[in-house]
Design a protein around this ligand. Structure first.
Ligand code: GDP
Ligand code: CA
Length: 296
């Protein structure tokens, strides 16, 4: 079964590790790059790294960064009075140094990601949604902020009244992205933040076109009991004017969806085929169970 998974960070990464453990699944993960930015002069790709680290079983305790990483560089940087709000552990810094060096030599992000995934022997193809510059920006009462300004530096407390994707109009799908969607028996939208993690992918025209032709598009809701397990998905959906709960998730994806998977007794959205199961993925076993449910 060929599966194409559209993914942000933590929620997507957890489902990706489930699919990649299934023998009969050939998995391609198409990952959001709207969060990418320069921090400390380094080209960070938080969602790509979260997917890779989680699939390799070496993600940090909060879901991002590397397991039991040390933060010596951050400590020494703060001695100079530098702002170290954006935490990059020492092992994580190595990934970012590697990526930045290659990007500055002109190597495309897709090729760098291929090398990183190959290093960790991941049983999947990991593709940035685009190799072009696509940057998510968030509108708050204080005006437009870059994604990381909003999310990390201001700790996503601002009310989000608008979102835009700078560069989306001229961004082309990354190599193999459209092919993976075209070939997929099943396209899955991961339980990621719909506006902040999935919309950036859907705003690339070539990808939207391929999805419109897809045989079957299934979304897993990131909400449980109407709330995000982590981060601001429920608040962002509400402040952008979507209905509460899974109805709002379905509205955020519109016509694209054929099926939505919701947690056991949570409210079903109208006008869609609804499937119910345990959508919590606290560990690899739970991820595998949910991935198997989706394939079956
Ligand atoms: P980020 O880029 O790291 O912020 O991550 P995503 O956008 O991929 O994921 C954030 C969303 O993942 C949140 O809305 C969470 O509710 C959702 N999420 C995290 N873990 C799980 C899980 O185990 N099950 C489900 N259904 N959703 C999850
Ligand atoms: Ca993210």
């Amino acid at each position: 079964v060929k599966v194409a998974l559209l993914s942000g960070g933590v929620g997507g990464a957890r489902l990706a590790r489930g699919f990649s453990a299934l023998d009969r699944v050939d998995l391609t993960v198409v990952v959001n790059v709207g969060d990418d930015e320069r921090v400390y002069g380094l080209a960070v790709s938080p969602d790509l790294d979260t997917v890779v680290y989680t699939m390799a079983g070496m993600e940090g305790g909060q879901g991002w960064g590397r397991f039991e990483d040390t933060f010596d560089v951050m400590k020494h940087l703060s001695v100079y009075g530098a702002d170290t709000t954006f935490r990059l552990g020492d092992a994580d810094l190595a990934t970012n140094l590697y990526r930045t060096t290659l990007l500055d030599q002109g190597v495309p992000l897709s090729e760098i990601t291929r090398r990183i995934a190959a290093t960790w022997n991941l049983n999947a193809t990991i593709l940035p949604a685009t190799d072009d510059q696509l940057r998510t920006e968030v509108e708050t009462k204080d005006g437009w902020l870059s994604f990381q300004e909003y999310f990390v530096f201001r700790k996503h407390v601002d009310e989000v009244v608008g979102i835009r994707f700078a560069g989306a109009e001229t961004s082309r799908p990354g190599p193999k992205v459209v092919e993976a969607i075209d070939a997929a028996d099943l396209v899955v939208i991961a339980p990621s933040n719909p506006p902040l993690s999935i919309w950036p992918i859907l705003n690339i025209a070539g990808i939207t076109g391929a999805l419109a032709e897809a045989k079957r598009v299934v979304a897993v809701s990131p909400l449980v009991g109407g709330k995000a397990l982590k981060g601001p998905a429920d608040r962002v959906l509400a402040s952008l004017g979507f209905s509460p709960g899974n109805q709002g998730v379905a509205e955020a994806y519109g016509d694209l969806l054929d099926v939505i998977v919701v947690h056991h007794h949570d409210d079903p959205p109208e006008g869609l085929t609804v499937r119910r199961t345990d959508t919590l993925m606290p560990d690899r076993r739970a991820s595998i169970r949910l991935a198997r449910f989706l394939v079956e």
